[in-house]
Design a protein around this ligand. Sequence first.
Ligand code: NAI
Length: 276
Amino acid sequence: MSMSTSDCAVVREGFPRPFPNTPTNVLEQLRLTGKVVVITGAADGIGYAAAEAMAEANAHVALWYNSNDTAVEKSRELASTHGIKATTYKVDVSDPEAVQKAIAEVVKDHGKIDVFVANAGMAISKPILEQTLEEYRKQMAVNVDGVLYCSKYVGEVFQSQGFGNLIITSSMSAHIVNVPVDQPVYNGSKAFVTHFGKCLAREWRDFARVNIVSPGFFDTKMGASPQTLQEAYRMSSVGRQGHVKEIKGLYLYLASDASTYMTGSDLLIDGGYVLP
Ligand code: NAI
């Protein structure tokens, strides 16, 4: 895009917008009192850590799970420990009707959605020459279609509310291909959601923020396979996997008023694996 000095003088109607009416104390900015946060893939791993972070900051939480119904018991614990409302929804994110229905249920149960964490994902880590088309479609259905369905239907809610905040869990593998295992489909699916999230930040600029979290190797069910762990240790600057408690602060930051000037950002949290 070319721009001349005369273009700079054009006044944009309604701009500048006012600064947000948020606290100046950063710890107060991080409080989520009264906010409603939805997290997909919330039964365990990174998703549950994010849910825990939100509840600890006093948000009401809606935990979406697919197969692991320990989410139900975990949500009861979050509610009683933190004095917040916690609800659970069994949703296969690759099913657009189920996603649309669950979003409507959350709005019915909680009255609104302030933050949506599109975190559910899966990997079948194989080189393309060994991967079946069915395996390819399965990963795309969850990692790409699932994020798209969640974004589309929660975006409608954000637009009608006039506010919203979407956080997408991508991966450092959207940044580099030399992870220890060949997994072009998974890496490609994450590259899609990273770019998609940035596009939404622009499309939704009048009513919602959108940011992307790109984790490196975290110790979860999906985390690095035993045969690739040594390489993960060798390549990450801190020499180990991440513990999920080490990613809670990033999701909380993005969900909170501490990050009101941040949208369209892709935040790497990888123990220094991807270095320029
Ligand atoms: P995880 O396996 O513990 O969590 C993935 C969650 O997604 C599970 O709760 C699973 O039930 C859910 N899920 C899978 N298919 C689903 C479907 N069709 N519908 C609804 N939910 C579904 O693994 P982790 O590590 O917590 O993964 C969370 C996100 O972080 C994923 O998007 C993953 O790609 C991403 N990630 C993880 C990394 C790691 O090293 N652990 C590295 C980079 C990204």
